[in-house]
Design a protein around this ligand. Structure first.
Ligand SMILES: Nc1ncnc2c1ncn2[C@@H]1O[C@H](COP(=O)(O)OP(=O)(O)O)[C@@H](O)[C@H]1O
Ligand SMILES: [Mg+2]
Length: 317
């Protein structure tokens, strides 16, 4: 089956400023995908387009096979959205707010009643059903936000920084709630906190300055962060011999041949952190009588992005 969420060449300009550019990805049913990126990366913009709140400048987004521009209504029926700031009505009770949200989504009153009870239980809001939203802590308001997102039983949940600004105990509980919900939903969540993606996601898309710069499992991401230096060397020479010679350099952990040319290849070299092997690589290539067409450190941009991410949590971990 095609992806539950499909995003193709999505671009959004605010005036002349490109907030996201040429973003493409796919999320399959049941996946839990994290958008990881520093502030201003374009996470919210991407989510607002996928949820139909913002039209793209170009490119397409679809959910459950429905295009967000052409079939917005159908698409949105499959989406539950926790925006960055939830427009909660502070003078409503939890129960009446959920009823209201059900009504504007066109649910009938019987289903609203059943589902309100179910989501109040699922989000552990039972003690607060008649509390005014304005009286709730930020963490509980966030749960109300999640409750409204799942009310109409959408296939896909889009959660924009679901744990931002709430106290550490509530963070733990909110993550648990997301984990529980992820069993029955496809989830995309955004965060600028690294440990959060490891806890919740199967796959991470790293967004920086409006583009997806890397895609990985949380585990491989952690390995990368622990630090290898990456080099790419474009060499003219017999591939197997070149790879073998590069692999023998002290500090090199792995050499992959990234292209498939008979006599001219890009070799991806992973080395121990802190080593700049460029001089050694160029010497070895030249000493063997091969030609070095290009040699660059590739880890730098990713490293820079990681430095901007919150790698540790403030209190709990
Ligand atoms: N309504 C807007 N008008 C102009 N620029 C915006 C608007 N919303 C966001 N931006 C800019 O677009 C970029 C991406 O923002 P956003 O999608 O909110 O990123 P993130 O959610 O990753 O922090 C930022 O540089 C931000 O300043
Ligand atoms: Mg944001």
């Amino acid at each position: 089956m095609a992806g539950m969420v499909e995003v193709t060449n999505l671009t959004k300009y605010y005036g002349k400023f490109p907030a996201i550019e040429d973003v493409s990805f796919e999320v399959k049913r049941g996946e839990i995908v994290g958008f990881l990126g520093p502030n201003g990366a374009g996470k919210t913009t991407t989510m607002r387009i996928i949820t139909g709140f913002l039209p793209p400048t170009s490119g397409t987004a679809s959910v459950a096979g429905y295009d967000l521009v052409d079939k917005s209504r159908e698409a949105r029926a499959h989406i539950g959205y926790l925006p960055e700031t939830v427009p909660l009505y502070t003078d409503m009770t939890v129960e009446s707010y959920l009823g209201f949200m059900g009504t504007i989504r066109g649910m009938d009153s019987k289903r609203i009643k059943v589902r309100t009870g179910e989501v109040i239980d699922a989000c552990r809001l039972g003690d607060y059903r008649r509390s005014h939203i304005g009286k709730l802590s930020k963490g509980f308001r966030q749960r109300v936000g999640i409750a409204q997102a799942v009310l109409h039983e959408p296939d896909v949940l889009i959660l924009d920084e679901p744990t931002i600004g709430i106290d550490p105990i509530q963070v733990v509980e909110t993550r648990q709630l997301i984990k529980d919900l992820s069993g029955s939903h496809t989830v995309i969540l955004s965060t600028h906190i690294l440990p959060e993606v490891s806890m919740l996601c199967n796959r991470v898309l790293i967004i920086h300055e409006g583009s997806i710069v890397a895609e990985d499992t949380p585990r491989d991401l952690a390995n990368k962060l622990q630090g290898v230096e990456r080099l790419e060397a474009e060499v003219q020479g017999p591939p197997a011999e070149v790879a073998e010679a590069l692999g023998k350099i002290r500090g090199v952990r792995e050499v992959d041949i990234a292209t498939d040319n008979p006599n001219h290849n890009i070799f991806k070299i992973q080395a121990r952190r802190g080593l700049d092997l460029r001089p050694t690589v160029s010497r070895i290539v030249v000493n063997n009588g091969w030609s070095l067409l290009n040699l660059q450190l590739v880890s730098m941009s990713l490293e820079e992005i990681f430095l901007k991410l919150t790698t540790e949590e403030d209190v709990d971990a």
